[in-house]
Design a protein around this ligand. Structure first.
Ligand SMILES: Nc1ncnc2c1ncn2[C@@H]1O[C@H](COP(=O)(O)OP(=O)(O)OP(=O)(O)O)[C@@H](O)[C@H]1O
Ligand SMILES: Cc1ncc(COP(=O)(O)O)c(N)n1
Length: 243
């Protein structure tokens, strides 16, 4: 059967932990075809961010035209956008589709990935038309209350709270995993959420399944030894390499 298509609009991470690499691996694991629109190229490893090269907005627009003009996109996920013009462009092209916005403002390693103009564009243009927003604790503080559903993800506590615009909440708890290999966790969660929405699941169900998948991948990679810093969450689902 032809799989649903999910589009990620995000940046690359040369270390393969976060961004587009995490999203496409998650899509493959969850049975959807992944398309990708690249917003920036980052030189990054488990220790930190070394360089960021933004893709010009007109090239981001050309990628969006190519994907949206050809593929039957069932859901979209956004990661690092990094430029207010790109935030507005994504709002213009993607509102109306199931849209998961992971409002990436800084990396776990501390690097700032969005300035005040990007935050303003999120609040003004992109977030109001999102299906769901997935801020971590820091992002939720910066963005404040939102007019759309949010999943406030619980780094390390593994307790996620789905907050509806009317203030009602649903709490979803997973078994916490004790690990330092968590680079790319938020990307994995938001990509999994988009994949489950593309499969037709309702938001509460998709949220629960995305959290369970992410916790499972953290567990899978908890003893891995990749890099000298915070290692990546597992992006494989089958370590059975050819014999
Ligand atoms: N230690 C952990 N054990 C189990 N689940 C976890 C753990 N840390 C995070 N999670 C789960 O992973 C998902 C993503 O949450 P998290 O808060 O880490 O995102 P994030 O802070 O946006 O990540 P990132 O900093 O990578 O962008 C949530 O479902 C959360 O409950
Ligand atoms: C390209 C890119 N996208 C997103 C993140 C955030 O992920 P994390 O918080 O795990 O560093 C990142 N570091 N790099």
């Amino acid at each position: 059967m032809t799989p649903p298509v999910v589009l990620t609009i995000a940046a690359t991470d040369s270390g393969g932990g976060a961004g587009v690499a995490a999203d496409l691996a998650t899509f493959a694991a969850l049975g959807v075809h992944g398309a990708c629109v690249v917003t920036a190229v980052t030189a990054q490893d488990t220790l930190g961010m070394h360089a960021i090269h933004r893709v010009p907005p007109e090239v981001v627009a050309a990628q969006l035209n190519a994907v949206l003009g050809d593929l039957p996109v069932a859901a979209v996920k956004t990661g690092m956008l990094g430029d207010p013009a790109v935030v507005r462009l994504v709002a213009d092209r993607c509102h109306g589709l199931p849209l998961v916005v992971d409002p990436v403002l800084r990396a776990t390693t501390g690097a700032r990935l969005a300035d005040d103009s990007v935050v303003a564009a999120y609040l003004d243009a992109l977030l109001p038309g999102a299906t769901v927003v997935t801020p971590n604790t820091h992002e939720a503080t910066v963005l404040g209350p939102l007019p759309v559903p949010c999943v406030r993800t619980g780094s390390e506590t593994a307790v996620d709270v789905l907050v509806h615009p009317d203030g009602s909440t649903a709490t979803i708890a997973h078994d916490p995993v004790d690990t330092a290999n968590d680079h790319g966790t938020g990307c994995t969660f938001s990509a999994a959420l988009a994949a489950h929405l593309a499969h037709g699941r309702e938001l509460p169900d998709a949220t629960r399944l995305a959290g369970a998948f992410t916790a499972g991948q953290l567990r899978r990679g908890r003893h891995w030894n990749l890099g000298r810093g915070r290692g990546p969450i597992a992006h494989t689902t089958n370590e059975g390499a050819p014999a």
